[in-house]
Design a protein around this ligand. Structure first.
Ligand SMILES: Cc1ncc(COP(=O)(O)O)c(C=O)c1O
Length: 376
């Protein structure tokens, strides 16, 4: 693992700023979010929604989320007992882990993985047991995952749509996961922050839709990712009542509650008759990005099926390790990306870079123009 205390995202963004590079490294949009949501939060402040919200979140918002899940997934979720609003998904993942883990427990992590999982597990005195997702598909190998279970295994963290690879789960993945989780009595922490960003007519496979998994899962979501307001840091955790109780017991002394006007604005936004469909918009950006990148010497392994990240190989361009290559690319061609080895605890380096395509068309076109001038 790269032991730097500063995350690779901060390093690459700082390098991008220093060299005037186009920043396709960190996962956030450079385009505007829906004005109406900003206006609804503004109105909430003016109407006096400015004091502490209830610990589990505004009932209005939790009700609106339950209604949204009913409409989009035909899932029946108890808004009072099963939904807790949190200051972001990262916080919800930590809280879920902290309320189930004890020192000496093990947690299975599929790598490449979002960077908070392993530090969170270690913080709880538990041990991450990493199983690789391998290029080019980055599909979970359920036999290998089964083989990683020990008597100390307490939980598994999954993430689909996946950061950094853009892979998604198929229904068979949930079946396999359920068999393992049921047989070994594991909790599941399911990071579903990119749930609304699934492409090509596919459907997001939520653990909440699988009865065997739902009873043992904490599913975690982020408004930042769904509504392009990552800086607001608001998310939520959906879990059965007993698990939500454990979660809330910790949450009440960790964060206690989340910004009231934003919760009210989000509740009103969720109930608007017409909202943007984030997946359609993002698929258009992915397609534009891939068309543009055809002019460059980067090699596509698989188009991202979800999330807002695309993995590309630079194997034909340089034999450099991926950190050196990403640094060189930023300095020489003015495009910042993330080296994929940063998402593996053993630094596995398959000469891949992660590009974030949640960017304006002109940003993506300008980045591709710079990259098409690479001399090999
Ligand atoms: C897989 C994954 N989970 C969680 C998060 C963080 O969500 P939030 O900003 O709501 O904490 C991110 C952000 O990049 C992510 O990629």
């Amino acid at each position: 693992m790269h032991q730097s205390k500063v995350s690779i995202f901060s390093i690459m963004s700082a390098l991008a700023a220093q060299h005037g590079a186009i920043n396709l490294s960190q996962g956030f949009p450079d385009f505007d979010m829906d004005e109406r949501l900003i206006e609804l939060v503004h109105q909430a402040m003016q109407k006096g929604f400015n004091q502490y919200a209830p610990m589990a979140g505004l009932s209005l918002l939790r009700y609106a989320i339950a209604d949204d899940f009913l409409k989009r997934y035909e899932l029946d979720i108890d808004s009072e007992l099963e939904i807790t609003i949190t200051p972001g998904a990262t916080y919800a993942i930590y809280t879920a882990l902290a309320c189930i883990l004890q020192a000496g427990d093990e947690v299975i992590v599929l790598e490449p993985a979002y960077d908070s999982y392993i530090p969170n597990i270690l913080q709880c005195g538990a041990r991450p047991v990493c199983v690789p997702l391998k290029a080019p598909d980055f599909r979970p190998d359920w036999d290998e995952i089964r083989g990683a279970v020990s008597p100390n295994t307490r939980a598994i963290i999954i993430n689909a749509p996946h950061n950094p690879t853009g892979s998604i789960f198929e229904p068979e993945d949930l079946e396999e996961l359920a068999k393992i989780a049921e047989r070994y009595q594991l909790y599941v922490v399911s990071d579903e922050v990119y749930e609304q960003l699934v492409f090509d007519g596919r459907r997001h496979q939520s653990v909440l839709a699988h009865p065997g998994l739902r009873s043992r899962s904490f599913a975690v979501f982020s408004f930042g990712k769904s509504f392009h307001c990552t800086g607001w840091k608001i998310g939520y955790c959906i879990a059965p009542a007993a698990l939500s109780n454990k979660f809330r017991n910790l949450h009440q002394f960790l964060g206690f509650s989340v910004s009231t006007p934003m919760q009210k604005g989000l509740a009103d936004y969720l109930t608007l008759p017409q909202r943007e469909v984030p997946g359609i918009q993002m698929q258009a950006r992915r397609d534009l990005f891939l068309r543009q990148m055809k002019k460059t010497p980067f090699r596509l392994l698989r188009p991202a099926a979800g999330s807002y990240f695309q993995i590309l190989s630079y194997e034909g361009i340089s034999p450099m390790d991926d950190h050196s290559f990403a640094t060189w690319l930023t300095k020489t061609y003015g495009v910042a990306t993330i080296p994929v080895s940063a998402f593996y605890s053993d630094g596995r380096d398959d000469h891949l870079l992660r590009f974030c395509f949640a960017k304006k068309n002109e940003t993506l076109e300008a980045a591709a123009a710079r990259l098409s001038s690479i001399v090999m």
